[in-house]
Design a protein around this ligand. Structure first.
Ligand code: ATP
Length: 342
């Protein structure tokens, strides 16, 4: 059973992006993934070529080929550029971010058997980018919530929970303070639960207390549904439960397109040193192969996903780790260790 040959856009990104992306491409190629990569730039790499931080050609290429594997991109701060990630998610309407947070073999952390799925609304909230200076010394940032987007993400989360046979969804919110915006978010979730998915468990937690409970005992939660900013913060918090940012993958889904990327950023402090952990992006690539298998009925892609996952599990069990996980392997050596176990 082989995978059908297909084009996938690859955006290496900035900082550690190119290193982890090429490591992941090597692993996928060795595993027999039939992918023709269509390289495109975004972030600083695009600026260096004289384009905008989010070039229209990159967006068009993802639309044409349906999906992308993306490294982290940097948006220059304070120079009038709007965030690469925010632009990409909004322009392509990639409204649902999915971040599975799971314990991995051979990585010892405070908790065993962590198995959480974070669903983050990707298009609005405080990421609307509507900020203004009311008067010198007084600035405002507007948090936007629409019934359409809140309902859409709630329905997406419940549908995902049903397909994946998950136990339940917990919404983390601050509706006691943000009565209108977070109030709308939870009302839409309540409605979808009640009217369309009454058999999936449903809970609500005020986010501060919810975070405390998460770090005390993550097994109290199954899937987390959050608006944009809370989703960003809680993703990193949950990464800390399973070994850090080097081991948490992600995917951004719209109704027609998908972009797969790690939760971590471009980590400039360790860029160019061949020490970054490529696992989070590799795990994102495994999500991508499973998406191809589900969406296009390509069983070969699903088989490669399983082969890659088994290989990195075995590598970790055998003690092959990058520095962030307490090991001493570099990016390339860790990728080689996975390739040896394919
Ligand atoms: P952003 O704001 O772009 O999301 P961030 O503030 O979340 O970025 P990151 O760039 O994700 O910050 O990284 C935070 C720190 O975590 C880095 O400085 C780095 O030390 C560590 N880190 C992140 N990703 C990795 C990785 N893949 N391998 C090893 N360490 C990593």
């Amino acid at each position: 059973m082989t995978m059908n040959q297909r084009n996938i856009v690859v955006i290496p990104g900035d900082g550690i992006g190119p290193e982890v992306t090429s490591a992941v491409q090597r692993v996928l190629e060795s595993a027999g993934a039939a992918i023709d990569w269509i390289p495109h730039h975004a972030g600083l790499a695009a600026l260096a070529e004289g384009s905008d931080v989010m070039p229209p050609e990159t967006i068009e290429a993802i639309k044409e080929h349906g999906m992308a594997l993306k490294g982290p991109c940097t948006t220059p701060v304070g120079k009038g550029f709007s965030s690469v990630n925010v632009q990409l998610r909004k322009k392509m309407n990639l409204y649902a971010a999915v971040r599975p947070v799971r314990s991995l073999p051979g990585i010892k952390t405070r908790f065993e058997n962590v198995d959480l799925i974070i669903i983050r609304e990707n298009t609005e909230g405080l990421y609307s980018g509507i900020e203004n200076e009311v008067t010198p010394g007084v600035v405002m940032s507007m948090k936007v919530a629409t019934e359409v987007a809140c309902t859409r993400i709630a329905r997406w989360a419940f549908r995902y929970a049903t397909h994946r046979q998950r136990k339940g969804i917990s919404v983390l919110h601050k509706a006691n303070i943000m009565k209108l915006t977070d109030g709308l978010f939870i009302r839409c979730a309540q409605q979808i639960h009640k009217q369309e998915y009454p058999n999936i468990g449903y809970q609500e937690h005020i986010i501060d207390a919810g975070c405390m409970r998460l770090v005390q005992d993550p097994s109290q939660f199954d899937m987390l549904l959050l608006e944009n900013l809370y989703g960003d913060v809680v993703s990193d918090l949950c990464a800390g439960l399973v070994g850090g940012l080097g081991v948490v993958p992600g995917a951004n889904f719209g109704d027609e397109h998908a972009v797969f990327e790690a939760v971590h950023g471009s980590a400039p402090d360790i860029a160019g040193k061949n020490i970054a952990n490529p696992l989070a992006l590799l795990m994102s690539a495994v999500m991508m192969l499973n998406y191809i298998a589900d969406r296009q009925g390509d069983a070969g892609a699903g088989k490669i996903a399983t082969t890659v996952r088994d290989a990195y599990d075995r590598a970790l069990e055998d003690g092959c780790k990058t520095r962030d996980l307490g090991g001493d392997l570099g990016t390339d050596a860790f990728a080689d260790a996975i390739i040896e176990r394919l």
